[in-house]
Every structure is written in C-alpha cells, then in structure tokens.
Design a protein around this ligand. Structure first.
Ligand code: FAD
Ligand code: SF4
Ligand code: SF4
Length: 396
C-alpha cells in the first residue's frame, strides 16, 4: 500500500512536508507530492489538517450514520443461563435508548436458547435477535462473530454493549475489526451527549489515575465493553413481552476454525465473585497463602465467597478469577470484608460500590479505612476467629 494525496483536499499548508522524517514530500503548485523516498511510515497522515493524505486501500467509507438505530446488548449465556452482567447492560441500555429515543434490543446466540428470550423481555428488551444453531452451543470467536457481524450489517444498530467478561473481551474487538468501527473497552460509565446524541464512554486510564471519556464520531455502531458489577441491574417485569427476530445462523465447513473439546471449571467459576452477596477478601496481611482458609471459614458461615488483592494473586496465593480491582473484577456485594488489604487505589476501584465495607487491618492509618463503613484495627488472625465465634453463638 502506498501513501497518496487527495489533491482536491490539499491546501498546501506544508505541515506534512515538515513532519516527514525522510524528506519524501515536496510542495508543488501548492499541492503535496509524495516522492520515492517515502517509507510508508504514516507520520504525515496524522498531521494533515484536512485528511488529504491516506494509505491507498484504506480510503474512508462514508457512511450514512442516520441509518443506524437501536441500542443492542450482547446477551451472553453460558449453559443456558444468562450472565448477570447482561441484566446490568439492559438497565444501562434502557437509559441510553430512552435518551436517544430508540428501542432496546438483545442479541442472543446459542443452541436451544429460545426459552431465554422471555427473561430478556422481562429485563427490558423490546426485541431479541436470536441466533439458534447447534454450532453455537459452545462459544467460539468465529461462530459468534460471524452471526453477529451479519446481524449488525443487516439491522444496523447505533450502539452495541458487551459485558467485559472473558467472552465479551474476546468477541467485541473481533467484531470491531469486522464491522470496521471503534471499541471502548472496560467502560465504567456511559452517557449520551445532550447536543449530538453520541455516546460518551468513560474508562480508567493510566493505571486508574485519570478517567478518559471516548467518543466514536465517524463510524457505527458505537461499541463498548462494560465491567460487570458497575451498572445497576434493570428492573424485572415478568409481564413485559417483546418481538423475537430469528437470525440465519448457517455455517459452512471451515467457518468455525476452533473446536471446544472440554470446558474445565475452576472453583471460582462455580461461585463467581461478581455474583456473591458476601465477600471475604484477603490481602498480603494474611502473611501466607494458608490464611485464605480462615477467610473461607468466615465466607462459608455467611454463604459467601473468598476474594483477594492483586498482590496475593501475583504471589501465587490466589487465582486471578478472584482478584478484585482495576485489573481484576469489580464487585458490589451486600458486605465486603477487606482483611489485611491496605486499600490501594487500584483495589478500591473494584469494591468501593459494595453496600457495606468492613475493613480489618493492623495499621490504623491504612487507606482502606477511608472507604470502610466499619473499621477494626487489629490482627486479622484474632479478629476473624472472634467474628466466627459470635456467628456460631447466633447459630449461623
Ligand atoms: P499490601 O499493600 O502489602 O497491604 C497489606 C496490608 O495488610 C497492610 O495495610 C498491613 O497493615 C496489613 N496487615 C499486615 N498484617 C496484618 C494482620 N496480621 N492483620 C491485619 N492486617 C494486616 N491491586 C488490587 O488489589 N487489584 C487490582 O486490580 C490491581 N490492579 C493494579 C493495576 C496496576 C496498573 C497497578 C500498578 C497496581 C495494581 N494493583 C492492584 C496493586 C495495588 O497497587 C497494590 O499493590 C495491592 O492492592 C496491594 O495489595 P495488598 O493490600 O494485599 O498488600
Ligand atoms: Fe496538503 Fe495535508 Fe500536506 Fe497540508 S498537510 S500540504 S493539506 S497534504
Ligand atoms: Fe514521509 Fe512517512 Fe509520509 Fe512517507 S508516510 S511521506 S515517509 S511521513
């Protein structure tokens, strides 16, 4: 591919000439001319104020953005169960759809999953696009991206939201490339710009030290992955009904290049921390990996589950699936116990929206106490057995 100048757009400003590290550009008759020394580095493309320079073959396709309508939510299901993040996306999607005056739709893929559409309507979807085929029984990037890409091409949604789950994080970038649009990953906030009705997608950047708000001005759909546990769930109304639109899910030999032989579940998959109402999380204050056993005793009493800070995961004490925080999972339980966790900003980013936070730390100045509703200054190896004893007395 060669670099080329669109003469009609060039205003002869010479910015490209100054930026070229290879002196490959001359200005002739007030128009930039690319010479043989060009190495295709692309520097001049970025500096041109009129978009007059492009790489041949990548000419922008001018799209009629007004053709794109509707907010879609990728209704991720596993083994016939809709993932909790989908209900959060439907809640958020409804707000966005109301603001731009459009419908809320879900796109559901799987095998024999037609029975799940009622649940999606009850959580607010007006329409469900359904791709039901034996080839979609287990998630594969090729299978899901083929049918969703085709559906986007036909029905042209304005916005598509995915949960930032393992599957969502795999599928959404692949579709962004196929559909030739942008994607903002790991969003924590979505809102509609009141002036131009485009979606403003906010996500942490630079290690969580600043929040970046990203827009997708020139291509459609606008696509985001959203962290589980960040948005509020949609209201449930079992009387609500909607329309099912069946998609063609026809595959030819070679369309799906991978074969899922076996799905091996970790314990953390069985009790997901993003679904738990009670979480007992441990940090380096445990001193040793065996300390997680004590946390498990408390978690079992409460019918909850154990989680960990990233430091514990990095130390090999815990699996990444139970890591809470910016580079782990965002959680929102009824009660979050932070035991021997200092309260680094990256950890707090993943648990600060819990209904009630109880921190146990030896250091009374630990930052975790700034977000805790109740703080216990003490050795967790004394405090946690005392709590377990009290629960025993209550017959728990
Ligand atoms: P420490 O900071 O070592 O804290 C241990 C705490 O235990 C101390 O406050 C100490 O007073 C207390 N303590 C010690 N002994 C006891 C005892 N017997 N009883 C009670 N208290 C005791 N971290 C995350 O957790 N999640 C993330 O997703 C994450 N993402 C990150 C992303 C980036 C880009 C970066 C740079 C860092 C990230 N981190 C994340 C790491 C984060 O900055 C901290 O290093 C980490 O959270 C610290 O873990 P900790 O609180 O377990 O350990
Ligand atoms: Fe022409 Fe763009 Fe180069 Fe300016 S920067 S001379 S407008 S090609
Ligand atoms: Fe110069 Fe790079 Fe532009 Fe080629 S692509 S003209 S080398 S700046």
């Amino acid at each position: 591919m060669a670099i080329k100048v669109i003469d009609e757009k060039c205003i002869g400003c010479s910015k490209c000439q100054k930026s070229c590290p290879f002196d490959a550009i001359t200005i002739e008759n007030k128009i930039a001319v690319i010479g043989d020394a060009c190495t295709n580095c692309g520097t001049c493309i970025d500096v041109c104020p009129t978009d007059a320079i492009l790489q041949e073959g990548t000419e922008k396709i001018v799209r009629d953005l007004s053709m794109y309508k509707g907010v879609w939510v990728f209704a991720e299901q596993r083994e016939g169960k809709i993932m909790p993040v989908v209900f959060e996306l439907l809640g958020e999607g409804k707000k966005l759809a109301n603001e731009i005056g459009t419908e809320l739709c879900a796109i559901l893929c799987g095998s024999n999953v037609g029975g799940l559409t009622d649940e999606l309507f009850a959580y607010g979807a007006d329409k469900v696009y359904l791709a039901d085929a034996p080839e979609l029984e287990k998630y594969t990037t090729d299978g899901y991206s083929k049918v969703i890409n085709e559906a986007i091409g036909i029905y042209k949604p304005e916005i598509v939201l995915y949960g930032a789950t393992h599957i969502g994080r795999d599928l959404a970038p692949c579709l962004a490339v196929k559909v030739n649009t942008g994607l903002t990953a790991d969003c924590t906030k979505l809102e509609i710009d009141p002036d131009d009705k485009k979606i403003r997608q906010t996500r942490p950047a630079f290690g969580g030290n600043l929040m970046a708000t990203i827009v997708c001005p020139g291509s459609r759909p606008q696509m985001s992955t959203v962290r589980p546990g960040v948005m509020d769930k949609a209201a449930y109304d079992p009387s609500k009904k909607g329309e099912v639109v069946k998609l063609d899910a026809v595959f030819e030999e070679g369309d799906i290049r991978t074969k899922v032989l076996e799905i091996v579940k970790t314990t953390a998959d069985i009790i997901s921390i993003s679904d738990a109402d009670f979480i007992v999380a441990g940090g380096m204050g445990l001193g040793k990996p065996e300390g997680l056993e004590l946390l498990k005793q408390l978690a079992d009493k409460l019918g909850g589950t154990v989680a960990a800070s990233r430091a514990c995961v990095d130390a090999g004490w815990a699996d990444h699936n139970i890591q809470v925080g910016q580079t782990g999972t965002t959680v929102k339980p009824q009660i979050y116990f932070a035991c021997g966790i200092s309260g680094a900003i990256q950890h707090i980013a993943g648990m600060q929206d819990s209904d009630l936070i109880i921190a146990i730390n030896k250091n009374e100045n630990a930052p975790i106490f700034e977000v805790a509703d109740y703080g216990i200054v003490g050795d967790l190896y004394k405090v946690i057995p005392a709590i377990i004893d009290e629960l025993d007395k209550l017959g728990k």
